[in-house]
Design a binder for this molecule. Structure first.
Ligand SMILES: [Zn+2]
Ligand SMILES: [Zn+2]
Length: 305
């Protein structure tokens, strides 16, 4: 259906990858979510999940008359678990690929600089500028809106205050909310809307008490809210190792935002790597008692809205 927005999960884990028999059901790759909206492929974060997505995008392109891969990558922030898959994203090595790459400025460093830094020798043998693909890199912040038109290469960043922003619902629209509830320079939370459908990606954010009112407003009425839910409530307050201030939430915090923002569906995301499948399934079942449309993200989960 051309009018559907499709959301696919390729990596759902926080902090570091954990492949193995304990994580078969939910998956062990770190953060990466694909959103298909109209002509556009949007990739949220480049954790290790992006490696399998890269292979899939190339397969789809080959099956579609060998067309080039054109995609937009949105980084929430530049922590390792969200960037580590990028150097292994195969389409980036092909000369006919076009990548629009957006994300936050970190302190005084532009996105291009922080991404290049993540693959500098001797940590990695190929530099960002050596990748053959065409790359358009830019910082995005709260005053920007990314607008995507009818062709896959029609992607522009506009300033909400200075530019005349076309309000047409046929354009894919990405807005940013920069939350400081994550160390040390916060995180970009993204709201992607198209033809009246909305998905909000709020990873690596901490709810504290009574939730973040700005996030509630930003996610208001979304069809899908993808929210950090790394810790069980009992581990969050564990006296020997309290997690407050670490920049992650509990399912209770995610539900508080989902309820206050009246979202239709909540996806628990950025699972604690130490938790096995049973623990995450228990967290999901517990969350469903208070917010029935909750699902714990797993690799291969596909939502259509
Ligand atoms: Zn993370
Ligand atoms: Zn982080």
């Amino acid at each position: 259906m051309p009018d559907e927005m499709i959301i696919r999960f390729w990596g759902v884990r926080g902090s570091y990858p954990v492949p193995g028999p304990r994580t078969m059901r939910f998956g062990g790759n770190t953060a990466c979510v694909e959103v298909q909206a109209g002509a556009h492929t949007i990739i949220l974060d480049a954790g290790t999940g992006i490696i399998n997505l890269g292979g899939e995008l190339l397969r789809r392109a080959r099956a579609d008359g060998n067309r080039p891969v054109i995609a937009t990558i949105l980084f929430s922030h530049m922590h390792n678990d969200h960037t580590v898959g990028f150097p292994f994203f195969d389409p980036a090595y092909l000369g006919n690929t076009t990548l629009f790459i957006f994300g936050p400025k970190v302190f005084e460093s532009d996105l291009e600089e922080t991404l290049a830094h993540s693959m500098l020798p001797p940590s990695f043998p190929v530099g960002l500028d050596e990748l053959a693909s065409r790359k358009i890199l830019r910082n995005v912040n709260e005053t920007d809106v990314v607008l995507m038109g009818s062709s896959p290469t029609d992607v522009q960043v506009m300033n909400l205050y200075h530019d005349k922003v076309d309000p047409s619902p046929d354009l894919v629209r990405v807005r940013t909310y920069h939350s400081y509830a994550h160390p040390k320079n916060g995180v970009n939370i993204y709201n992607i809307s198209w033809r009246g459908k909305t998905v909000v990606y709020a990873t690596d954010t901490e709810g504290y008490v009574e939730s973040d009112r700005r996030l509630v407003q930003f996610a208001n009425g979304a069809d899908v809210l993808i929210h950090d839910a790394q810790y069980r409530a009992e581990d969050y307050i564990l006296p020997a190792k309290p997690k407050q201030g670490w920049g992650h939430s509990t399912p209770v915090m995610a539900i508080a935002v989902a309820q206050a923002a009246k979202v239709k569906r909540l996806v628990l995301f950025h699972h604690e790597p130490q938790y096995n499948d049973e623990t995450i399934a228990e967290m999901e079942a517990e969350a469903q008692k208070n917010f029935p449309t909750t699902v714990s993200a797993y690799e291969g989960l596909e939502l259509r809205i």
